[in-house]
Design a protein. Structure first.
Length: 386
């Protein structure tokens, strides 16, 4: 507990420190921006005074070299000079803009929004207005905080994804370990049950009872096999998927309420697919149980297998409550469930088995609220060797 609290405290210290550093950098950048902006204002005021001096200069008595030098030194700040609402001069502006009157007027409107104009009174009641924009350096500095925030955001996203992936990997290892341990623990009483079953056979107990118990024991062995495969790469076999699906379907049909009307439809010829029988059985079981839950134990459940070109498609349909279209993809997310009880892992696990282990596809084929849902899985066929 102390280690966990210390680790959480360290994380918060790092987060708060990072926030303070970013705030200081942004504040410092803003301060630089304001300093440069004020300096450019002073430069433009000097430029305006130089213009006023030149306009009022007497070539014989006035020294004009310094004002001209001040004006010529400005090579970065765009300027538009206006008198009586008419543009009379401009400098440091793209030639493409200066040649087009409409573009030049639009550029002037932009400058009016950037900075307050400088008023030049070159004669009594005669004024010129100097409109200027930000230099290229100031514009770059203006976007620096945005770039900095974007970099920080991307860095944060990378760190978050790394942390989340690490956490998920740790959880997956934990669940895989627990699943394997569960399989190991089930193995001991299961071996004992198999022994008792043999005793029952030797004592000539009713064959129907023995047969049903044997089916349940075989089912427990299948479940144990499933759990032992979690976290390991499953062994795929080329088998008839129709037969394997039918066996699981028949077992489930015999164990559920008679208020559910089961139907199974498939081609009579074998359909060869590369899959793991134990995991495929788990897939069918999850889909069937999910359909039964959606119908609240009463309705029609149909499983249809058909060929579609190079693919085998298995569709499980029910007459349950249905799924809204906006939730078609959400149903496969871990933790998503509409039931009061349950962890929402069934369809997530099914998707992983179908797509990650068997390289197939699973989707909500169709659904309508209040009428039912069809879930479809697709596998690539394996051509029979002659």
């Amino acid at each position: 507990m102390q280690f966990s609290e210390r680790r959480n405290s360290t994380r918060w210290i790092i987060i708060i420190t990072s926030f303070v550093i970013v705030t200081l950098i942004l504040w410092n950048t803003y301060s630089f921006f304001q300093i440069f902006k004020n300096e450019e204002r002073i430069k433009m005021e000097l430029w305006g005074e130089s213009m006023k001096t030149l306009l009022n200069a007497d070539p014989e008595t006035t020294e004009v070299e310094l004002p001209r030098q001040i004006m010529s030194n400005n090579t970065t700040i765009p300027i538009v000079l206006v008198e009586n609402g008419v543009i009379i001069n401009q400098t440091n502006i793209d030639e493409e803009i200066t040649k087009n009157k409409t573009k030049l007027n639009a550029f002037l409107e932009k400058l009016k929004k950037e900075n307050e104009p400088i008023k030049i009174e070159y004669d009594k009641n005669k004024y010129q207005y100097l409109y200027y924009g930000n230099s290229s350096l100031l514009n770059k500095l203006k976007y620096y905080p945005v770039a900095l925030l974007l970099i920080i955001f991307l860095f944060g996203a990378v760190v978050y994804n790394f942390y989340r992936s690490t956490k998920m990997a740790t959880q997956n290892k934990l669940w895989a370990g627990m699943a394997k341990e569960t399989a190991h623990q089930i193995g001991t009483p299961l071996s004992s049950l198999i022994g008792w079953l043999e005793i029952m056979k030797a004592d000539n107990v009713d064959e129907t009872i023995v047969s049903e118990i044997e089916k349940d024991i075989n089912r427990l062995q299948t479940i144990t096999d499933r759990f032992s495969k979690i976290g390991s790469e499953p062994v795929l076999e080329i088998k008839d998927i129709v037969q394997e699906t039918k066996e699981t379907f028949d077992y489930l049909q015999s164990r559920f309420s008679k208020q559910i009307e089961f139907s199974f439809k498939a081609p009579k010829n074998p359909l060869l697919v590369s899959f793991n029988p134990a995991l495929h059985s788990w897939t069918i079981e999850n889909l069937v149980k999910n359909a039964i839950d959606a119908m609240k134990g009463r309705g029609k459940l149909a499983l249809v297998i058909k060929e579609d070109g190079n693919f085998v498609k298995i569709k499980v349909s029910d007459t349950g409550k249905g799924i809204p279209k906006k939730e078609f993809k959400k149903v496969f997310e871990p933790g998503f469930t509409t039931k009061k009880r349950g962890w929402g892992l069934g369809l997530s696990l099914t998707k992983r088995i179908v797509e990650d282990y068997h390289k197939g596809k699973i989707k909500v084929s169709e659904s309508e609220v209040g009428k039912g849902t069809s879930m479809q899985i697709s596998f690539k066929k394996v051509e029979k060797k002659s």
